[in-house]
Design a protein around this ligand. Structure first.
Ligand code: GSH
Length: 221
């Protein structure tokens, strides 16, 4: 049994859960998954009993001195990075790492219009596009961030791999739910760099696995 358990919500809906799940899958970090169904009569009671914040995701790390529970998607990503330094989940280069943290923080604390008006609906790709309420402004900012990352860092850092900073990093995991939203509610105008990045993320094994499991969850509920 692995010493890490990630507790997440429904795969079709829980955008915050996708971030650390995607990080650990894509980085090849072993973990056990535990699922809590959201929006059920018993959900609040279960979350209040089990989760430190009353929310998902949270990570349970079994140690010799007891269980450590870490909540909040970004804090979980940081904790995992500390546990597995050999995975180098932030860029090694100081400049790239600083920008990766800024881009990540901007996602974690911002884009509220996009998050509210375009809730994640992972299995759908055919919903009407509405960019009301500041959504277009958020999309434009994300488009310019992804374009800047790919042009200024992605191509020259870490052997030119296809992620925002070349090699896969926490920044990519934090934007995975945005990739899903763009696929659900698009088409939308993106630069060639940003649309290539969206499609590359869509085609990762981890995103495909999440999608298959999201569909299975819907059909079994
Ligand atoms: N800032 C938190 C947000 C977590 C969050 O809002 N989780 C939602 C699911 S996506 C939740 O647990 N909702 C359950 C509820 O409100 O009852 C994070 O980054 O993990």
């Amino acid at each position: 049994m692995t010493e890490l358990t990630l507790t997440i919500g429904d795969k079709n809906l829980s955008s915050w859960s996708l971030r650390p799940w995607f990080l650990m899958k894509q980085a090849g970090i072993p973990f056990t998954e535990e699922n809590i169904k959201l929006d059920r009569p018993e959900t609040r009671k279960v979350l209040n009993e089990k989760s430190p914040s009353g929310l998902v995701p949270y990570l349970t790390h079994k140690t010799s001195t007891g269980d450590i529970k870490i909540w909040d998607s970004l804090a979980i990503c940081e904790y995992v990075n500390d546990l597995f330094p050999e995975k180098a989940l932030w860029p090694k280069d100081n400049h790239a790492r600083g920008i990766a943290r800024a881009v990540t923080s901007e996602m974690h604390s911002g884009f509220s219009a996009l998050r509210t008006v375009w809730p994640m609906n992972f299995t759908r790709s055919d919903l009407a596009l509405s960019t009301a309420g500041g959504v277009q402004r958020d999309i434009d900012r994300i488009n310019s961030l992804w374009t800047m990352c790919r042009k200024e860092f992605g191509a020259r850092c870490e052997l030119g791999e296809p992620f925002l900073f070349g090699k896969f990093s926490i920044a990519d995991a934090m934007y995975a739910p945005v990739v899903s939203r763009l696929l659900t509610y698009g088409p939308t105008e993106l630069s060639p760099e940003a649309s290539a990045y969206r499609d590359m993320m869509r085609d990762t094994t981890a995103m495909k696995e999440w999608g298959v499991e999201a569909k299975a969850e819907i059909s079994s509920s």
